[in-house]
Design a protein around this ligand. Structure first.
Ligand code: EPS
Length: 389
């Protein structure tokens, strides 16, 4: 791995931490680059009360001096405002010896609770759910914001939008670009189709009234990706495989698609592929269409890279109706009630952008190398000139 990162921390613990290693020195990096994406991750109609007070206050603990990276590991700490707000969490999540007075013994179907308890030998679901929580994605987004900074020096821009919420589908005929991001982020559900937006909000209201939750699908697009990231030569070097693993690792994601992956399965070969033509003005090959999603043979083609992710409805419900078993009494019951979001699909887009950025930054580092930003950019330009000549 050229670019490595590791997150630590629990949802209601004191803080989350992420360390990112393998980025070149001399890259401008400000706290606000990270804060912007963290703020975008908190957006979205249907989030629970916690998002109203979580501020994601960050501290750059290492790897950055005078606004530039040093080439050393970058460490970021993100405070959990929740921990500072209430004594409850000081006690529940204390690292000191002790025990909880309120163990959670009624595991939620669809969450990590039961299998996590079985696997790790716990009798309190909190020992599992605190880490399984999607709060952890805040730490990933901080890492991804740093990766996006590196990619910006290659002209790569990544954005996302919601294309389905519950059973409401957006009518997305054109591919949004970075210029559209402000409009998308201004939408309460981060949807680029205003007509669908209203129906999505209505669906969330309806589910909220019934104490239920909703899933959906997001599409994330990277424009300006260099040709040649990933490789056809081995299974674990294919860019599609790296992206699929990264995106599938996001909490509650159950499906990943590259380009029109599922749709082309039902087409004829003569219709399913993007024809190649030569752009004599810009001296480059272009694909007429986006069906392949910007990869062929596990390598980026330079066309927009398109990844879709399907999120299941959250397993935590405001009105517990899911049948389960109490792990102490073994009696039938319903899963425990927790304060929760109705949907986190609008935030998922920002997390998918993050995982794409981390994969692309790692693969760009692998291809172009360089210990300083200028060396990295020079190497990338040199490769591009070779292709254009
Ligand atoms: C989450 C449950 C909710 C979400 C949380 C993820 O938290 P709480 O139980 O504290 O209300 O708000 O997401 C975040 C805190 C966040 O920053 O994304 C869960 O069970 O995954």
């Amino acid at each position: 791995m050229v670019l490595r990162y590791l997150t630590a921390g629990e949802s209601h613990g004191k803080a989350l931490t992420v360390i990112v290693e393998g980025l070149p020195a001399g890259m401008p990096l400000l706290a606000e680059h990270i804060e912007n994406d963290l703020a975008r991750r908190r957006l979205g109609y249907g989030r629970g009360p916690r998002q109203r007070f979580e501020k994601d206050v960050i501290t750059l603990v290492g790897g950055v001096r005078h606004g530039r990276t040093l080439g050393s590991p970058i460490a970021v700490e993100i405070q959990n405002s929740e921990w500072f707000r209430s004594d409850k969490w000081h006690q529940e999540m204390s690292p000191e010896p002790g025990a909880t007075q309120t163990p959670l013994t009624q595991p939620r179907p669809g969450h990590a609770d039961l299998v996590g308890m079985q696997k790790y030998g716990f009798s309190d679901a909190r020992d599992v759910l605190e880490r399984a929580s999607a709060r952890e994605t805040a730490a990933r987004v901080a890492a991804g914001a740093i990766a996006k900074q590196l990619l910006s020096h290659l002209g790569v821009e990544i954005l996302s939008h919601v294309i389905q919420l519950g059973d409401v589908r957006a009518n997305s005929t054109s591919l949004p670009t970075a210029k559209d991001l402000d409009v998308i982020d201004a939408s309460e559900v981060r949807c680029f189709d205003a007509a669908a937006e209203a129906s999505m909000i209505a669906a969330i209201k309806e589910a909220a009234k019934e104490g239920d939750s909703l899933g959906g699908i997001v599409e994330s697009i990277a424009h300006g990706v260099p040709i040649g990231l990933g490789s056809h030569v081995h299974w674990d070097r294919k860019i599609d495989a790296l992206l699929a693993q990264a995106v599938m690792s996001i909490q509650a994601v159950k499906g990943v698609e590259i380009g029109d992956g599922f749709e082309v399965a039902g087409m004829r070969g003569s219709q399913a592929h993007d024809p190649i033509s030569w752009d004599a003005v810009n001296h480059r090959y272009v694909r007429e269409g986006h069906r392949s999603g910007g990869t062929e043979g596990g390598i980026t083609t330079g066309e927009p890279l398109i990844v879709r992710a399907a999120m299941k409805p959250l397993a935590t419900l405001n009105k517990p109706t899911l049948k389960t078993v109490d792990v102490v009494t073994k009696e039938e019951t319903v899963s425990f009630k927790e304060r929760t979001d109705v949907t986190a699909v609008p935030a998922l887009g920002v997390v998918v952008e993050t995982m794409m950025a981390l994969v692309l930054a790692g693969e760009a580092q692998r291809k172009f190398g360089g210990d300083s930003l200028s060396e990295f950019v020079r190497n990338a330009q040199s490769f591009r000139f070779t292709l254009e000549s």
